[in-house]
Design a protein around this ligand. Sequence first.
Ligand code: HMG
Ligand code: MG
Length: 298
Amino acid sequence: KLPEKVTIYEVGPRDGLQNEKTLVPTDVKAEFVRRLVTAGLPVVEATSFVHPRWVPQLADAAELMTILGEDGRDHPVLVPNERGLDRALELGLRHVAIFGSATETFAQKNLNRGLDEQFAMFEPTVRRAREAGLDVRAYVSMCFGDPWEGAVPVEQVVSVGKRLFDLGASQLSLGDTIGVGTANQVTALVTAFTDAGMTTDQLALHFHDTYGQALANAYAGLQAGITTYDASAGGLGGCPYAKSATGNLATEDLVWLLTGLGIEHGVDLEQLVATSVWMAAQLGRPSPSAVVRAVGGT
Ligand code: HMG
Ligand code: MG
């Protein structure tokens, strides 16, 4: 039986833009966030408080959150460490996300830390965030395959993922960073996590569409009872530190599937498509989403 209602966790302004080479003006980013909220997206992750040299596109995180003002305080932001958390706390933000790696190589490339070492960075970050009353999400990357290490053992993903979640997170998002996973893997991974004691509402699925599998994988997630899906408007996105990572599952493609299945999601497709068409014009290239092209006539 499929869920009756799903939460779409929009990552367009963060995952969608972090890999864009040309700097997007901060007020365009603010407009993007506001339009996504207006289109009915219940959660819009806005930016990252990472090292500005590591992700230059998001170096304006503080300016963006200042422009968004009081309305922006509930937008989640990525924080890798205590320095990032301090920057978020200064602005009165209420939701942060840490992002760990299931593999040694990607931990090194993305965080400049080893697989085990990353926890020394996250532990005080989550502890202090929780003490300050913030909600914390945890991401775990490379759950379905790693461009340097190949297949990643399910036990390793579960062990790293649970350890991240147990630091004090309210949700664990399982990332297919390079979009190589297939539906059977989704079923197996969700089962492995629930066998390890996690509930389906503590889990979210985060697909990239590199190999065109994202929507099929989301369907496998629905069948497994998962009710939170990360997606990016227009299918923007990719991780600058993961070789071959392309855009996320397009929010419009997910919305189309959910509507067809009669699953409640709360998003206005027309407004969302109009937003992605507008953003594509800002970036100077068409959206890769099939639904944006069909509905938006681009
Ligand atoms: P590091 O160089 O090891 O940092 O980088 P450090 O701790 O050694 O500090 C060095 C200097 O950086 C210090 O300054 C710090 O204050 C400063 P100094 O004392 O030398 O003047 N610094 C900072 N400044 C501002 N904000 C900060 C910050 N931290 C340190 N937060 C670090 C380690 C984690 C910072 C770096 O590796 C980093 O920023 N990585 C972020 C990479 C990233 O954002 N990747 C994309 C997001 S993950 C993703 O996309 C996957 C996901 O979508 C899920 C999926 O698809 O699987 C979530
Ligand atoms: Mg991602």
